[in-house]
Design a protein around this ligand. Structure first.
Ligand SMILES: Cc1cc2nc3c(=O)[nH]c(=O)nc-3n(C[C@H](O)[C@H](O)[C@H](O)COP(=O)(O)OP(=O)(O)OC[C@H]3O[C@@H](n4cnc5c(N)ncnc54)[C@H](O)[C@@H]3O)c2cc1C
Ligand code: SF4
Length: 519
């Protein structure tokens, strides 16, 4: 089937902004239903041949490097790590696909009232989410589901597993991963080379770049326009969106008409698009009558730990985060905090190790540690971050980027619950490695967030949420949010499987509405 090509004045297309986990998956799901989709993607379209086994080079090729200002407990000017490329951050991601636990979708009911938080339950039953998890796991070929085998254990995992068992944990394995252990779905099996976050040059790791996007194109109902940076969502009469303005690959300002617009830019860009599109009627930004757009920004409480082991580990070999310990995913306030966390294997390349974990500092401690690189093992504890309305993304009042758009400010302060969780997780991580005779452990340090959630939360009440339970904004019927911005709570699970479950659910809702001539 030939790729579709739509006119700028075609008012019948669904416009999706972004081709990552949310936008890429939604686009294919709609195109498979015969709905015409134009996907506007700010980044270029790479092929597998552009992917190199080189972390630094791929970071430069893939990462969204436009200025973002940090405020609070964040790395200066690099608060979070997302991508500007076709496939979005699924080109960089490491593909761990755990589900949220039921209690993590009911934080308001289970944790109660907590100072300086804005906790909310998810607006539909967990049972329903589970159904969509099954669809998402099938789509991605997640290991340990639908008959897909688990990945083999690499050395870094074997060390973590042995230490975990020694200190009494039981629930550990090579995790549910969107990485083929063997050839499946037109893609090869994993070669265990360990460059997952540089992009996977063989395509064993699921990414919308080479799964959902080409499949959508093959339907003849989907047009991808790479290097197309959307700058504004346009409003018309009767409270309806009419299309979007974007800067195309030649630097020209264009306007694409639309029957419906779905925003899937990942937390910062989704917020910027909604706030930058204000009109005299929506002076606070689109879909923002609740004043919740940009608020409740959540990441994960992240505690990296490195240990120097008595023997060689070569932690960089194998699928990078194929290893999990789940025993701490529970709500047990006797530990001194609400919510839970999980441990994942996390190997660090030498440059990342110095830049991130040591926050760029050189000194005796760093050099002493680096000489033991071969003997190092590494993990990261990911924990639940509580929604706080003052952790927010907003627009700088005067500073503009090269497109003349306000530079975003990401403000994030660790809640005292997160600090208590981090301290506990750090101690447990160190105990785990020390139980095996680690001669040195280093924990903590600021990390840029790779998991971004919550800035356009879904809910029932338009006064306290931005969208309804299907991601349709309360204020504007034909404007949807289609990424992790929808999460009312973060849980401790890496977010992408849940993003995909939500957009598959959304695609059914949009599909039936389009058939009925709505919205
Ligand atoms: C190193 C790394 C490792 C990770 N590992 C994991 C993991 O193991 N498990 C997990 O669950 N998650 C992981 N993540 C997070 C995961 O990648 C994201 O949760 C997921 O990709 C988010 O999907 P999204 O659709 O919201 O955004 P993205 O995938 O970031 O896609 C957004 C897209 O929108 C485009 N865009 C934004 N604004 C505009 C605009 N104005 N106009 C046009 N296009 C625009 C961007 O260019 C981008 O392509 C990881 C992330 C990183 C960085
Ligand atoms: S370890 Fe597997 S998933 Fe990761 S880059 Fe290598 S082949 Fe791809």
């Amino acid at each position: 089937m030939k790729n579709a090509k739509y006119q700028l004045n075609n008012e019948d297309v669904v416009v999706i902004i972004g081709s990552g986990a949310g936008g890429g998956t939604l686009g294919n799901a709609l195109a498979q239903k015969g709905i015409d989709v134009v996907c506007l993607e700010a980044g270029p379209r790479l092929t597998l041949a552009d992917i190199e086994n080189n972390d630094q080079k791929m970071f430069e090729k893939l990462t969204w490097l436009d200025e973002r200002i940090s405020e609070g407990d964040l790395i200066p000017n690099f608060p979070l790590w997302t991508c500007k490329t076709t496939g979005g951050t699924t080109v960089h991601w490491t593909a761990a696909c755990p589900r949220l636990e039921e209690f993590e979708t009911k934080t308001r009911s289970v944790y109660g009232e907590i100072e300086n938080t804005n906790l909310a339950d998810w607006p539909f039953a967990y049972k329903e989410l589970q159904q969509h998890y099954k669809d998402a796991e099938k789509l991605l070929g997640v290991t340990g589901t639908h008959g897909v085998p688990m990945l083999p254990a690499n050395n870094n995992y074997k060390v973590m597993e042995a230490g975990a068992k020694k200190i009494g944990y039981k629930d550990t394995d090579t995790n549910h991963m969107a990485i083929n252990p063997e050839a499946r779905d037109g893609r090869p099996g994993c070669l265990e080379l360990g460059f997952c976050s540089a992009g996977c040059a063989v395509g064993a790791k699921w990414s919308t770049l080479y799964t959902e996007v080409p499949r959508a194109e093959a339907t003849g109902h989907y047009e991808l326009r790479p290097q197309s940076m959307v700058t504004r969502i346009k409003m018309g009469a009767n409270n309806r969106v009419t299309g979007v303005e974007y800067i195309d690959a030649d630097g020209k300002l264009r306007e694409q008409k639309a029957r419906l617009v779905c925003v899937a830019g990942n937390a910062v860009e989704t917020t910027c698009l909604l706030l930058n599109s204000s009109t005299s009627e929506f002076s606070n930004g689109l879909a923002n009558s609740s004043d919740q757009v940009g608020r409740n920004y959540m990441r994960h409480v992240s505690v990296p730990t490195l240990a120097v082991m008595p023997g060689e580990v070569h932690m960089y070999k194998g699928a990078q985060i194929a290893g999990v310990v789940r025993d701490e995913i529970r709500n047990d306030p006797s530990r001194g905090f609400v919510g839970g966390f999980q441990f994942h294997t996390l190997p660090f390349s030498p440059d990342v190790l110095v830049n991130l974990t040591m926050n760029g500092k050189w000194g005796r401690e760093v050099t002493d540690i680096m000489k033991d690189y071969r003997n190092m093992a590494g993990l990261m504890a990911f924990g639940e971050d509580l929604a706080d309305p003052d952790n927010r993304i907003s627009l700088h009042p005067t500073k503009k980027d090269r497109n003349g758009l306000p530079v975003p400010i990401v403000r994030y302060k660790l809640h005292k619950n997160s600090l208590a969780m981090a301290k506990y997780a750090q101690q447990k991580s160190e105990d785990l490695y020390r139980s095996l005779g680690a001669t040195k452990t280093v924990s903590g340090g600021l990390m840029p967030s790779t998991h971004n959630m919550g800035v356009a939360r879904m809910g029932i009440d338009p006064k306290t949420s931005v969208t309804n339970p299907w991601g349709q904004t309360h204020d504007i019927d034909n404007l949807f949010v289609s990424d992790g911005s929808l999460f009312p709570s973060a849980g401790s699970a890496n977010p992408t499987l849940t993003i995909i479950a939500l957009v598959l659910r959304q695609a059914k809702y949009i599909g039936s509405a389009v058939v009925k001539g709505e919205p």
